[in-house]
Design a binder for this molecule. Structure first.
Ligand code: HEM
Length: 495
């Protein structure tokens, strides 16, 4: 999954486009029609509140305090004085996610367009998006996903074998689980092993993951500038001979090669009547499925999805809550997994932009800075809003007074929020909702369920001390050590 930034490559063109970016920004984006919406003060014009929001020692250090202070809608400053609405209000999110008034924000559009493919489902809009989504869904129906279970079980057994070798020692779970996730995704999406992907793809993919998990104040500014540049300039920048762009170009082109090869092999097998496999690409190419559907992907369109499905989706989460790891045996897998997804959604903030003037309705209303109760907020075309998934999943009004606590038993004792859901799964918004809802959510749930059940049943996991790992936002929510290194070190013991 990708979030709202160009972090991995933005730094390369900071100096080159700083002036151009700022000029365009001032010409097109500076508005202050939201001045009466309360929000935290900002002491920096360059960064606004972005360092507090995106770079605190622990994700949410400021965001969750602001949530308590200002409620589910408040104003934060983006870079260069930009106004951004932070939104975790149910009705407001329903409008933003489901109406055609909002689309992906500029940073996410650029990232999907440049790093994935201009025709990737995440990059396309409008009718093309609807058609691609309808076609892709064939590979992610409940029955399609059930077919992937044996793959997940085989991969889980391999993780167990690796962890057996680490039993009794301090082990970083990241490389083990990342490798497992890549294994599962290549088998289930393309029907091939990681070895078939080729060493070059695997090596480049690791570099992309490394780039994607870096975060700094320079990259935050680079994101802000990059998202202001016209498409043409950004696409041209991708051809600069810098190390970062080289990695990104390589992984994109390797993903295309792998997609083309897989499609050619599958079509040949279909022609010979020997295609018995049931991975995602098989289903999307299946003539029987296609004949009955209007929403067929062309071969080139399918090739364009390879990167999205392979690169963007393999960040298997290690956001296990520390207390749960100590007492892992007492918790069944499902409540443990749901509570992890609730408190540590992998993509806690998603950026959207209003593509026309609109009015955002509010559930209970908020007090503006004059003390007046307002129950809707008019916004103008071009207004950026942040879908605050992590905040939404910590609203006391929805989850109760212990909303910030990790308590898996809430999923068993009937105290979880009931009623209208925005997202597809367990009243959570981790997979978003509306037309852009994650198509892979059933896939991800089953994969995590199989991995969790296998690991939690066989091993106990303990951390060194309470702050030895923290959640940090770097493309997705990752765990880092106090020195900021991406790692998930646990003492692993065979039960
Ligand atoms: C825990 C695992 C996952 C989480 C939390 C997650 C979350 C998300 C979120 C929040 C989005 C919306 C991004 C946006 O529009 O702002 C998204 C989109 C997407 N996800 Fe996932 N995802 C996960 C796993 C997967 C898997 C396993 C697949 C496929 C095998 C997948 C495929 C996609 C695709 C193709 C999109 C783009 C959809 C579109 O733009 O219409 N995801 N995901």
């Amino acid at each position: 999954m990708l979030t709202t930034r160009l972090a991995s490559y933005g730094a390369d063109y900071v100096p080159m486009f700083l002036v151009a970016g700022l000029a365009i920004y001032f010409a097109m984006h500076w508005r202050n029609n939201l001045r009466n919406i309360p929000g935290p003060p900002s002491s920096s014009w360059t960064f606004g509140n972005m360092l507090q929001l995106l770079l605190p020692p622990q994700y949410g250090d400021h965001e969750f305090t602001w949530l308590e202070e200002f409620g589910p809608v408040y104003l934060v400053k983006g870079c260069f004085g930009q106004n951004r609405l932070m939104i975790s209000d149910h009705l407001a999110l329903q409008h933003i996610l489901n109406s055609s008034c909002f689309e992906h924000g500029p940073a996410l559009t650029n990232l999907a367009d440049l790093v994935l493919d201009q025709n990737a489902v995440m990059a396309v809009k409008g009718e093309t998006h609807r058609r691609l989504r309808a076609a892709l869904n064939v590979g992610f129906t409940p029955s399609a996903v059930r077919n992937y279970q044996p793959i997940f079980e085989r991969v889980a057994e391999k993780i167990t074998e690796r962890l057996d070798k680490c039993s009794g020692s301090l082990t970083d779970l990241y490389p083990i689980l990342s490798h497992a996730a890549l294994n599962a995704i290549s088998e289930a999406v393309l029907g091939c092993s990681t070895r078939d992907l080729g060493e070059a793809f695997v090596a480049n993919n690791e570099r992309v993951m490394l780039l994607a998990s870096s975060q700094s104040s320079t990259l935050i500014v680079a994101d802000a500038i990059g998202s202001l540049l016209p498409n043409m300039v950004r696409r041209a920048a991708m051809h600069f001979p810098t190390a970062t762009f080289k990695v990104l170009r390589a992984v994109k082109s390797l993903a295309h090669q792998i997609g083309r090869r897989a499609i050619a092999e599958k079509l040949a097998a279909i022609q010979q009547g020997s295609n018995t496999r049931t991975d995602v690409f098989d289903m999307l190419l299946d003539p029987e499925q296609s004949d009955t559907k209007k929403n067929v992907l062309t071969e080139e369109e399918l090739v364009a999805q390879t990167g999205t499905l392979m690169i963007d989706t393999q960040n298997f989460k290690i956001n296990y809550e520390r207390k749960s790891m100590r007492h892992s045996v007492v918790h069944p897998a499902l409540p443990l997994m749901r509570e992890t997804l609730r408190l540590h959604p992998p993509g806690p903030l998603q950026e959207r932009i209003a593509v026309q003037d609109t009015v955002i309705p509010l559930t209970d209303g908020i007090k503006n800075s004059k003390g007046e109760l307002i129950n809707h907020i008019p916004v103008q075309k071009g207004q950026v809003v942040l879908v605050a998934i992590a905040s939404y999943q910590r609203l006391r009004s929805r989850w109760g007074e212990d909303a910030h606590q990790f308590r898996p038993s809430r999923w068993l004792d009937g105290t979880v929020v009931q009623g209208q859901a925005l997202g597809p799964y367990a009243n959570l918004l981790s997979f978003l909702g509306g037309p852009r809802v994650c198509p892979g959510w059933r896939f991800a749930i089953l994969e995590m369920q199989v991995f969790f059940s296998e690991l939690v049943g066989e091993f106990s996991f303990a951390i060194l001390e309470d702050d030895s790992i923290r959640a940090r936002l770097a493309n997705t929510l990752i765990s880092v050590t106090p020195s900021g290194e991406k790692a998930a070190p646990f003492y692993i013991t065979r039960i």
